[in-house]
Design a binder for this molecule. Structure first.
Ligand SMILES: Cc1cc2nc3c(=O)[nH]c(=O)nc-3n(C[C@H](O)[C@H](O)[C@H](O)COP(=O)(O)OP(=O)(O)OC[C@H]3O[C@@H](n4cnc5c(N)ncnc54)[C@H](O)[C@@H]3O)c2cc1C
Length: 400
């Protein structure tokens, strides 16, 4: 008792309470103001919205942009893509709704000052893949945070929300939340007419296999501690749409992102013996999932499956072939910038181990974004000419 007896309890009332001030929370705060001009809107964040959440790590792409203004893609194309990639386990209505709004959101980011990479010939946003566009991500979060700050009645930084509050008079209705200031220990009681939980994802559910330098490292944000799941579950919510979990294989030790490498630099993967391996698992996978294996792009989980089966068969680690792309000085620069802007640790690990991806292919990236060509299994160990393998980086799979 002594520890808490001198701490203050602070009560805050609002119409709308947004929990978590990452990308979704800042967006929810901005939209709440748009739809509720006179409402009292409060956003509460355990860090500081200026640099909180996964986007603040620095990104190099906006992973979803239709390009409807240039008729590049329409929302229904994205629904078809997502339905295929997730092998039918999608809420198509929600996917469609997100897709039809996403372009307008991206245009707002540009209006607010986010530097977008443009194709000098066409003037259009520079594409990394079918769905992704490239940005200079360093300023992304502060720009979006500024919009949220201007929209909110009040932002409370450094408050960790621990529980939702239920309404005493209305069953099953959430009416607020409680938490504490992580610096002062002050206790906060937020009372609200509506609560939006935007507290991010969940890292560290699975233990990475990396040892040594890479032990305990994850690509995804370590502060994503699953509040977005825990808070509603503790209040009795039923979780739905949880069939798909995204578990990404990344570069070993530094956990650098691989999306721009596959999509923009057109790199691909091979097994420890320098062989293409996805075709080895074609018949096996077809037996399990039928013609999904023949689709284009091949669903991400099936490419992951081939990757894991190859490792289980003793032909790991899987390496990304960086040597070819890095011969082009422009692509080499893009490759390094990608890490320096997003996961500096990856560049540091490579530099400290005297690894130059121009000369050495790097191990254990995520499965390549290739189309699956049904040819006989590749022969066991032996050198292979990567130029004769069936890799084609034409997939539009979501990446980062
Ligand atoms: C390294 C990396 C690279 C990426 N690259 C790309 C990319 O290139 N393109 C792309 O489109 N996407 C990319 N992503 C994904 C993208 O960043 C996320 O999908 C997005 O930021 C998720 O936003 P969010 O608001 O749902 O969660 P978050 O941004 O994680 O925000 C959640 C917020 O809630 C706060 N919070 C959590 N728990 C509590 C609590 N109990 N109380 C109060 N506050 C709490 C957190 O501090 C955080 O600020 C990348 C992610 C990472 C980690």
């Amino acid at each position: 008792m002594g520890l808490f007896s001198r701490r203050k309890t602070i009560f805050v009332d609002s119409d709308i309470l947004v929990i978590g001030g990452g990308m979704a929370g800042c967006g929810a705060t901005y939209e709440s103001r748009y739809w509720g001009r006179d409402l009292n809107i409060v956003c509460v964040e355990k860090a500081n919205i200026e640099r909180s959440g996964a986007v603040a790590q620095g990104l190099y792409a906006i992973n979803c942009y239709m390009g409807m203004q240039w008729d590049e893609n329409q929302p229904e194309d994205h629904v078809r893509y997502a339905r295929n990639d997730l092998m039918g386990l999608v809420r198509e209505d929600l996917g469609y709704d997100i897709a039809r709004h996403v372009d307008a959101t991206v245009h707002k980011f540009e209006e607010w000052g986010l530097p977008m990479m443009k194709d000098p010939k066409t003037g259009r946003y520079l594409r990394e893949g079918k769905w992704q566009i490239m940005i200079h991500g360093e300023s992304y979060k502060p720009i979006v945070a500024e919009a949220a700050r201007k929209a909110a009645t009040e932002i409370y930084n450094r408050i960790m929300i621990t529980h939702l509050l239920m309404d005493k008079s209305k069953a099953n209705r959430v009416s607020g939340a409680v938490g504490f200031n992580v610096r002062t220990g002050e206790f906060y009681v937020f009372r609200a007419k509506a609560v939006i939980v935007c507290a991010g994802g969940a890292s560290h559910i699975f233990k990475p296999r990396a040892v040594g330098e890479g032990m305990g490292r994850t690509w995804y944000a370590p502060w994503s501690s699953a509040s977005a799941y825990a808070l509603p579950i503790l209040a009795g919510a039923k979780m739905t749409q949880m069939e798909n979990r995204i578990v990404l294989t990344r570069f070993k030790d530094g956990y650098g992102p691989v999306g721009a490498y596959f999509l923009h630099l057109k790199t691909y993967t091979e097994n420890a013996y320098g062989n293409e391996y996805e075709t080895t698992w074609y018949e096996h996978t077809k037996e399990i999932v039928g013609d999904y294996v023949d689709r284009h792009p091949v669903p991400t989980c099936l490419r992951n499956h081939a990757f894991l089966e190859e490792v289980k068969a003793g032909r790991g680690p899987i390496r990304m072939v960086t040597k070819e792309a890095f011969q082009d000085p422009h692509l080499e620069t893009v490759g390094w910038e990608n890490f320096l802007g997003m996961t500096i640790a990856q560049a540091v690990v490579w530099a400290s181990q005297n690894i130059d991806p121009k000369h050495i292919n790097r191990s254990s990236p995520r499965p390549s974004l290739t189309s699956w060509v049904p040819t006989p299994p590749a022969p066991a160990p032996g050198p292979a000419d990567p130029r004769t393998t069936p890799h084609r980086n034409t997939s539009g799979a979501t990446t980062a």
